[in-house]
Design a protein around this ligand. Structure first.
Ligand code: F6P
Length: 322
């Protein structure tokens, strides 16, 4: 193998740049040429390429976002899109591809990997951390810490005015961010898509907490909670308790910012592992980290299997919120 391509796709995640850097610099060890594919799969289909060298990725490890750009590309979900991508890669002499992104990103390349001659190794990067086959995806740790900083600030004002706050964090399908942020931020309740939200019980908890003398009440709500958005939940509580409340949606600030040390290290390890895997002629896998060890998971499983959540943390919130 002489030439490989790297791209970032889907929602950007802090640490993507550190990962591209690791791919480029580890590829140099194998004397592999690296092509940066801009704007995700769109850039692949439109041949939006730039050459990357160890020097051109200098000063990127600390930067949020992705300097290659990203996109969600509908065309890559079609047979025509895959065929076109294979043709482009063949014509450019790109023999290996490293897509960095979430499960949607990998869904796009399962067929491409099966087409045969182009080797594909994926790297998980999504703040949602909902990819099967890795304990942590690149970007999750930074997003959790960003949301945590915000919640600590909200607590200051909530405590001063004895207020009830509903804070929405990201997580379209899963509640991993909400769970970690809720525990670390000392939330009174955490609402996630994985568990049914009982409004009556939530109201009971809120009333009890204030009766116990708590100065504030913070409810962390995952964006994808099955009870609806944070505003619906807050409204339903208000209808029952008639308690003054405030809603804060943290939104896309969770996606930006300089990656934490943990994300930079994970990005560096996974970037290196992906290049090693390609150099060993492996294909059709995602490199992840499970219990501290690099693990290869078939790409297909990353988007068909459901990642397990540590349910004991939800129990812990209840205990700690007393
Ligand atoms: O990257 C994952 C994610 O941040 C989800 O948590 C969120 O629902 C979604 O992306 C938002 O996507 P967009 O940037 O397209 O609004």
């Amino acid at each position: 193998m002489k030439k490989i391509g790297v791209l970032t796709s889907g929602g950007d995640a802090p640490g993507m740049n550190a990962c591209i850097r690791a791919v480029v610099r580890c590829a140099a060890r194998y004397k592999l040429e690296v092509i940066g594919i801009q704007r995700g799969y769109y850039g692949l289909l439109e041949k939006d390429f730039i050459g990357l060298t160890p020097r051109s990725v200098a000063n990127t490890i600390q930067r949020g976002g992705t300097f290659l750009g990203s996109a969600r590309c509908e065309e890559m979900k079609t047979e025509e899109g895959i065929n076109k991508a294979v043709q482009v890669l063949r014509k450019e002499g790109i023999e290996g591809l490293i897509p960095i992104g979430g499960d949607g990103t990998f869904r796009g390349v399962v067929a491409l990997a099966k087409a045969g001659d182009i080797k594909v190794i994926g790297i998980p990067a999504t703040i949602d951390n909902d990819v099967y086959g890795t304990d942590y995806a690149i970007g999750f740790d930074t997003a959790v810490n960003t949301a945590l900083e915000a919640i600590d600030k909200i607590r200051d004002t909530a405590g001063s005015l004895q207020r009830l706050f509903f804070v929405e964090v990201m997580g379209r399908d899963r509640g991993f961010i909400a769970l970690d942020v809720g525990i670390a931020g000392g939330a009174e309740d955490i609402l996630i898509p994985e568990t049914k939200t009982e409004i009556e019980q939530l109201c009971l908890n809120i009333r009890r907490n204030f009766k116990k003398g708590k100065k504030s009440n913070i409810v962390v709500v995952a964006e994808g909670d099955e009870a609806g958005g944070v505003f619906q939940v807050a409204q339903q509580v208000w209808e029952r308790l008639r308690l003054d409340y405030r809603v804060c949606v943290l939104g896309h600030i969770q996606r930006g910012g300089s990656p934490t040390a943990r994300d930079r290290i994970l990005a560096s390890k996974l970037g290196a592992a992906a290049v090693d895997a390609l150099a060993e002629d492996k294909s059709g896998f995602m490199v992840g980290e499970l219990s501290g060890e690099i693990a290869l998971t078939p790409l297909e499983e990353t988007c068909t299997k459901r990642k397990r959540m540590d349910g004991s943390l939800l129990q812990l919130v209840k205990v700690l919120a007393t």
